[in-house]
Write a protein that binds this ligand. Structure first.
Ligand SMILES: Nc1ncnc2c1ncn2[C@@H]1O[C@H](COP(=O)(O)OP(=O)(O)OP(=O)(O)O)[C@@H](O)[C@H]1O
Length: 216
């Protein structure tokens, strides 16, 4: 049976503003769930909450029936990995980040993907791996970040507009790489055509209702 990520009645409050409330859904490894909604509605906050990067003010998260505290927060984030919209850091190179990520205790002994192959499939030269982050374009940084996160083989990838800095052909390549990764994908997009192309369920914020499922 494939792994399942469950969210029950999630609530996020910032200051005196309730941004998200009563959000419930579940996703299995290999499935795709798109998150849609207007700017500022709380899409990034939802993904950050799922990765246990921010505290939540209500609700529960489970991975295969276990809460983050039971699994251990580093182990949770190893399996439920947030991929930020912008470049992960300004210091060092992508290779150094990939090496450093593998040194975390929760990452040791886990299977890895083929990072050079992922870099090539995303239309990048291998040399980007050894270029300082600061020298990469927004689109190069976005793709190499994706390649690193996929190569770390989490069970779920939480994708914060993963193709926002890409031209159309590069976006299509990224969609192919992501869908063949085998990860469960929870994917924020502002592009109407993307869920239709990729296939998957669509959850609309602020209500958190599933509005449509596109076949694939
Ligand atoms: N650290 C923070 N402190 C205060 N307010 C925050 C913080 N992070 C987010 N917010 C607020 O929470 C709301 C939701 O933010 P979020 O980034 O999740 O929106 P979003 O739906 O991802 O938007 P966009 O589509 O523009 O990326 C916004 O009003 C934002 O200003």
């Amino acid at each position: 049976m494939s792994a399942t990520l469950e969210v029950h009645d999630l609530k996020r409050v910032i200051g005196d503003r309730t941004i998200l409330t009563d959000i419930s859904f579940s996703v299995r490894a290999g499935e795709k769930l798109f998150i849609r909604g207007p700017s500022g509605v709380g899409k990034s906050l939802l993904l950050r909450a799922l990765a246990y990067l921010d505290p939540i003010q209500g609700g529960t998260l489970f991975l295969d029936g276990k809460a983050p505290e039971q699994i251990g927060v580093p182990q949770w984030r190893t399996q439920v990995t947030y991929v930020p919209q912008s470049r992960t850091q300004q210091k060092g190179t992508p290779s150094e980040l990939y090496f450093a990520a593998q040194q975390f205790k929760a990452q040791r002994g886990r299977p890895r993907g083929d990072l050079p192959a992922l870099v090539a499939e995303l239309g990048l030269e291998q040399s980007v791996l050894n270029q300082p982050w600061i020298e990469l374009s927004g689109g190069q940084a976005q793709r190499v970040t994706l390649a690193i996160c996929i190569a770390l083989k989490p069970t779920f990838l939480l994708l914060d507009e993963p193709t926002s800095a890409l031209d159309h052909d590069s976006a299509l390549a990224a969609e192919r790489v992501l869908t063949s990764s085998g990860c469960g994908l929870i994917w924020i997009t502002h592009e109407d055509a993307q869920p239709l192309r990729v296939g998957g369920r669509v959850l609309q914020l602020p209500l958190g209702t599933e509005v449509v499922t596109y076949p694939k």
